[in-house]
Design a protein around this ligand. Sequence first.
Ligand SMILES: *Cc1c(COP(=O)(O)O)cnc(C)c1O
Length: 363
Amino acid sequence: MSLKKSNSPYEEELKEAVCGVITSGWYLHGPQTESFEKELAASAGKPYAAAVSNGLDALRLIIRGYLELGKLKRGDAVMVNANTYIASILPLTEFGLRPILIEPDPTTYGINWEAALERSEKENIAAMMTVHLYGTPSWDADIAQKMRSKGIILIEDNAQAIGAEYKGIATGALGDASAFSFYPTKNVGALGDAGAVVTGDEELAKTIRALANYGSDRRYHNIYTGYNCRIDEIQAAMLRVKLRHLDRIIKERNTTASIYSEKISNPRITPPSRIEECRQVWHQYVVRTEHRDEFRDYLLQHGIFTDIHYATPPHLQPCYRGIFTTPLPLTEELSRTIVSLPIADISIPEAEYISEIINDYRK
Ligand SMILES: *Cc1c(COP(=O)(O)O)cnc(C)c1O
């Protein structure tokens, strides 16, 4: 899908940013990356941000960082939402942790916090990863407190929720460490790959910086067997532009989501919940319907393109065959019935038209 429309309001500023990098002669580890990290940390309200290559690497660095610090060890159980993109799970299995897939909360589609708490009372859990899926915060301050008191590390996959808030606190600043993705289709998208880790933990931040730079704490001195997870100066410069427009980006999506929520009224279609005390940023606007294929075909006939996030949950992917054997009926039901409506770059008349077409849908 072309992202020309998404980036066109910022085109002049983006060009200027790129030209600035070309002229500066700094292409990696330069002033753009440093400034972007400061601005991202400030926007989340946390002291440390490390800009890296992509969102998956951000998650991998968090896990590897905790392993190096001895706060996690191989074989540890980590709870995670079963209903997520596979990138949330991959870093857990990669490093020999034991993912405990928890069914989602049917209101937020994020992890069911009560179910997670119950599970943590039955067995030894080292960490939990909460995914703010579709831009809806998935957090419970009381339960988080209980988990923390048992020493459970709380990690956020904030790839879809930059700018979202839970009771006035930014997602990405709620847990001990969080991963951001700036994949081009994300709410704040680079013009290529990029990601970041945000944390209040100085030691973790330092470890992650070293790991992301071949494991070196200073030049040619390697304390870990690390990686190259650098962000380009060009991407950092463009992300600084996009980050300055975060409120506008969220407002546009929120306008579309509000029109859908107000106008769509069809008993065959279940809209997403609007969560009180939260700022949702609508990375996706996901409805549910029984006869999904018919619904999607009907919309397509009216020129409306929809998508599915995600049709096959991680535990049913071929790479995990035989690994996750516990049934996850709610996750599977969601994956069968969800449909993502168009949400990016939709004008008010377009949102109204889409709502009307949906209201005329009969099966
Ligand atoms: C996009 C995404 C990621 C991975 O980010 P990349 O930058 O594409 O590597 C991780 N988790 C979730 C929930 C995502 O949506």
